[in-house]
Design a protein around this ligand. Structure first.
Ligand SMILES: [Zn+2]
Length: 116
């Protein structure tokens, strides 16, 4: 079976376990893979930063405030991106983006809290 270079598609001669026709192609291919994973991390970090800014835009009174799902969405909050969960002894789960979190309440209401 003939193998082709993963980078340029040239047919590869020689060892069966070779994946690239040259060092140049191996480096080019690996650089692309690394770049993609760096982009992934950067995009997720941007989403988290945006979410943090949204939570941070609500003035807190004694470390908390209330808002609605609509207001969070209007400000661009993305519920898919959080950094951690915190579950109290009573079994209530807060969703955190760094030190700012939210707790879903009834009727699309949300409590926003800041961790001490
Ligand atoms: Zn090649």
């Amino acid at each position: 079976m003939k193998k082709k270079c993963l980078e340029c598609g040239t047919e590869i001669m020689g060892r069966v376990d070779k994946k690239y026709c040259s060092d140049y192609c191996r480096n080019a291919y690996n650089n692309k893979v690394n770049k993609d994973s760096k982009n992934l991390v950067r995009n997720i970090n941007n989403r988290l930063r945006k979410n943090y800014r949204v939570l941070d835009s609500f003035p807190l009174r004694e470390g908390k405030t209330r808002t609605t799902r609509t207001r969070l969405l209007d400000k661009g909050f993305d519920f898919d991106f959080i950094t951690n969960l915190y579950t109290t002894k009573k079994g209530t789960t807060y969703y955190f983006v760094y030190d700012l979190g939210y707790l879903p309440l009834d009727n699309d209401q949300y409590m926003i809290v800041k961790r001490e």
